[in-house]
Write a protein that binds this ligand. Structure first.
Ligand SMILES: [Cu+2]
Length: 383
């Protein structure tokens, strides 16, 4: 509501300024020597300076962005391929930054320098092969290099050796939550289909499939450090996107098909909580929370809990009203802790059996039956 009001106020101020300019223009009719509507030398000069000022604004705002929001970028990567994604990102950004800094300067400076002057004609030439070659060949070489580097990195990340010792985990997306399923002892995920969703079988696992017997469904994802995890990703309803920013992983979840992403977690949750950048981020968040809590307590409301870092699986595709809150906690454990945690989880078959076990037969209260019988007998006797 507040945003709408702010938007309305800004829009009304805009309209007011526009109307005032029109009134000002009307007061100037007849007084100005040049009211032809064609830009004169003075107009061109003013616009030239404005263009020059604009490039200054771009640079100052860029520097401000780095200072104000520079700490919001993702910190230490927590997967084996993470550094590869980071260097691809850094090289691309550095290149874009370098090229845009120069071209923006040239664009705005030349507009300022060669502002229109009465009696001066612009130099015109139909084509210049040398120039055309320079601004075609240089971008082609740079972009080809960047694309090849990107493709090489992507293929390297996406390649999964079938003979490798990997662990299969299913990620299931639905409006608006995540569920995960471990493949169990046989390391094979049982078949699943949206049509089989019923009661506690929220993943639609085919319970007839022997491979699904030992599968385990969970609502919090645990991963063992150093083990390659192959995620098989499904969606129940619309397009979602499985996004694990700290692991530099993202893959679309498409209804009707299984997509895949694999990575090796390299930093446990406990280790990451001690990471310098994460500690700084957590402190910053808790400072904001503490300030908000003072306000809340003053209003007689409950104070906010302090924040502790956790890895997250988020949805990165706008999939509906509660998309922003579609998340699942990820915990990276030591292999021993992971084993212990998973061993305690029941299999989907067990959960199904427990939920569908026949209810115990109720024993009818004997005195009531006797009472009924007595009434019946009495009724007969009276007859
Ligand atoms: Cu979603």
């Amino acid at each position: 509501m507040t945003s709408l009001l702010i938007f309305l106020v800004i829009a009304l101020i805009g309209v007011a300024v526009w109307q005032l300019t029109k009134i000002f223009d009307l007061t100037q009719v007849g007084t100005s020597k040049d009211d032809s509507g064609v830009a004169n030398d003075n107009d061109n000069k003013v616009n030239g300076y404005l263009m020059f000022a604009f490039v200054g604004f771009i640079y100052i705002f860029t520097i401000y962005s780095f200072v104000a929001w520079g700490d919001l970028i993702l910190g230490t990567p927590a997967s084996a391929h993470g550094p590869e994604v980071d260097s691809l990102m850094e090289i691309s950004m550095a290149l874009i930054f370098f090229v845009q800094t120069i071209t923006q300067f040239l664009l705005h400076y030349f507009t300022f320098k060669y502002a229109g002057k009465e009696g001066q004609k612009a130099l015109y030439f139909a084509d210049n092969h040398k120039l055309e070659a320079v601004w075609t060949i240089i971008p082609v070489i740079v972009l080809s290099g960047l694309i090849m580097y990107g493709l090489y990195t992507w293929n390297d990340i996406m390649y999964v050796d079938e003979d490798e010792d990997v662990m299969y985990v299913e990620l299931y997306a639905k409006q608006f939550a995540w569920e995960a399923r471990y493949a169990g002892e046989d390391n094979t995920l049982g078949k699943a289909n949206v049509r089989l969703i019923e009661g506690v079988n929220t993943l639609g696992v085919d319970l007839e499939d022997p491979a699904s017997n030992d599968d385990k469904a969970v609502s919090e994802l645990h991963l063992p450090i150093g083990k390659k995890v192959v995620f098989k990703i499904r969606s129940q309803d619309v397009l979602h996107s499985a996004y694990m920013p700290h692991f530099r992983a993202q893959m679309n979840c498409v209804p009707g098909m299984v997509t895949q992403f694999a990575f090796v977690p390299t930093v446990t949750t406990v280790e990451m909580r001690l990471d310098e950048k994460i500690v700084a981020k957590v402190n910053k968040i808790n400072k904001i929370r503490a300030a908000k809590s003072i306000k809340l307590v003053a209003e007689g409301k409950e104070a906010l809990d302090s924040y502790t870092f956790d890895y997250l699986l988020l949805c990165n595709k706008i999939c509906g009203a509660s998309h922003y809150n579609m998340q699942m906690k990820i915990v990276v454990d030591t292999p021993e802790d992971f084993k212990k945690w998973l061993a305690e989880k029941p299999t989907v078959t067990q959960v199904w059996k427990d939920a569908n076990a026949p209810a115990p037969v109720e024993v009818k209260a004997a005195p009531l039956e006797v009472a009924v019988d007595t009434t019946m007998v009495l009724a007969q006797v009276i007859k």
